[in-house]
Every structure is written in C-alpha cells, then in structure tokens.
Design a binder for this molecule. Sequence first.
Ligand code: ZN
Length: 184
Amino acid sequence: MAIDKEKIKQAIRLFLEGIGEDPDREGLRETPERVARMWEEFERIRTFDMKLFEEFGGYNEMVLVKDIRFYSLCEHHLLPFFGKVHIAYIPDKKISGLSKLVRTVRAFALRPQVQERLTEEIADFLERELEPKGVGVVIEAEHLCMSMRGVMSPEHLTVTSALRGVFLKDIRTREEFLKLVKGK
Ligand code: ZN
C-alpha cells in the first residue's frame, strides 16, 4: 500500500462537503492534511522488520500472551473496531518477545480490515515466521459501526478465532488454550 497524501486530502475535503459541512471553517480547515498525515503514520507503523524472531531451542510448552490491545478500522464503514488479541503458540525452533507480537498485531490492524481476516492474517503470519508446532489467535472487539448506530449495545463484543497446527489437530491443546483465554 502506498500513501497518496494529495488524494486523501481531496477525498476528505469532498467528504466534508458531502455531509454538509463547510471544509473552510476554522476547525475543519486543517482536517484533510491531518488525516493524510495520520495515514502516513499508520503506513510507517505497518512496515516493520519481519525477521525479528529469535532462534531458541528446548522450550515446547504453550506460550500465551493475553490482552494485546489493538485498534483497527472496519473496511465496510471506515469506523474503528478495537479490543484485545490473545495469542498462543507452541514453539519448535523460535520464540517471540512480547513487543514483536504487539508489532505484528499493529501491522495487520492499521488498515481497512474485517475482524475475521485480521485474526487469520495474524495466525498465518506467525505460523510462517515462527514455524511453531501450532498457533492460536482469539480476538475480542467492539465495532463502532454497530455500537454508534445502536445495532449492538456498546458492551457487545464480537469474538473470532483462528487455529493452526496442533491447535487444530489436538483437542486437548485447543481446549487448554481456550480455557486460558477465558480465565481472567
Ligand atoms: Zn463496519
């Protein structure tokens, strides 16, 4: 994805006119520029060094990282959906530090998304880069496009999951993961 700031600025100005606002009034005058700059920032956050996972031997118990906060944008309405990602994997050769998992989540979240695909993309990426025996990803999120329109109550959470490797094949591993995710 390449950011075209001029296109974003034109579009935001037109959008503001479209909803009956005056894009030249004080508070909105800089808005197209601000939005364009924000997307440039998102672009910078998205591109990170994917070869960050360390070689490590000897540990093959489940690694679980709960409650990674994330913010994404639903691609149907361009409104935020946000919440928590829970990631577990059973290492084979490599492990990942917490900050790398957080960056992985951000890289896939900061773009127009749907929650199901975000969940799958994180699981596929970790399966490819970490080469674990298995990986599981659960996302709990509130979607503002639903909450703001009153379609769902604000506290309603949508839950999605993606399982790979032994998390898919072995019922006990899967149940252990899901139990750990639910336990607060
Ligand atoms: Zn939506």
